[in-house]
Write a protein that binds this ligand. Structure first.
Ligand SMILES: [Zn+2]
Length: 222
């Protein structure tokens, strides 16, 4: 199994990937909180293993082999998160950090057993798709809250897990996958979004609203 550091690079490359260009050294450094120089060094090493193709100034992309390794880490991470949340009753804002550590130690067999135990789930507790054993991810057709016009009734399907403090706040407000809300107002000058939550209203700054992905609530007449 690759080292935790290598696994974190592969995972970051997978998550930062955009069509038709490589991921830049700076983007990776920002995601992994390391210096640009260490990223360059590591990318050269990884391109020697055949998992990453890297050309200075053109950025880095995963090879098919690297992509397979990256989705295997993501699969472990997301199944562990769901296990911690659903079976161990750990709160939504605690599971990411725990899974970040466990994902490097858990074997495929153990993770497959958890998968079976939970009846082959397709989404992690944040609403992100769990890759299957072949590394396939089911696309979710959702949009960030910042794209939703006022008056629309929506269901939260995905709440990004990258910033623990933000997630703790959202969980404390009950803004978790499955929650239905109405967009009350959108302030176009700064991108913040006001939600109607039952009888009260809650203003979310743009950085928060961008990390919340929703689909239309078709089951509601409100
Ligand atoms: Zn996570």
């Amino acid at each position: 199994m690759p080292s935790p550091t290598v696994e974190n690079y592969l995972k970051a490359l997978f998550q930062l990937a955009v069509p038709e260009r490589g991921v830049s050294t700076r983007e990776l450094a920002g995601r992994l909180l390391v210096k640009d120089a260490s990223v360059t060094h590591m990318l050269k090493r990884l391109s020697g293993t055949g998992m990453v193709s890297y050309e200075p100034y053109r950025g880095a992309t995963l090879t098919p082999e690297g992509r397979q390794a990256a989705t295997a880490v993501l699969r472990r991470h997301r199944i562990l998160e769901l296990f911690l949340h659903r079976m161990c009753r750990l709160s939504l804002d605690k599971v990411h950090a725990e899974a970040e550590r466990l994902e490097h130690a858990a074997s495929e067999d153990f993770v497959d057993a958890l998968d079976r135990l939970m009846d082959f789930p397709t989404l992690d507790p944040h609403g992100d798709p769990i890759p299957d054993r072949e590394g396939r991810l089911r696309g979710i057709d959702s949009r960030p809250l910042t794209d939703i016009p006022p008056g629309a009734r929506v269901v939260l399907v995905r709440v990004e897990d990258a910033r623990p403090e933000a997630l703790t706040y959202l969980v404390s407000e009950g803004l978790v996958p499955g929650r239905k809300v109405t967009v009350a107002r959108r302030l176009d000058f700064d991108g913040s979004v006001e939600l109607q939550l039952g009888r009260r209203r809650l203003m979310l700054a743009r950085e928060l609203a961008e990390g919340i992905h929703v689909t239309p609530d078709e089951g509601s007449a409100e």
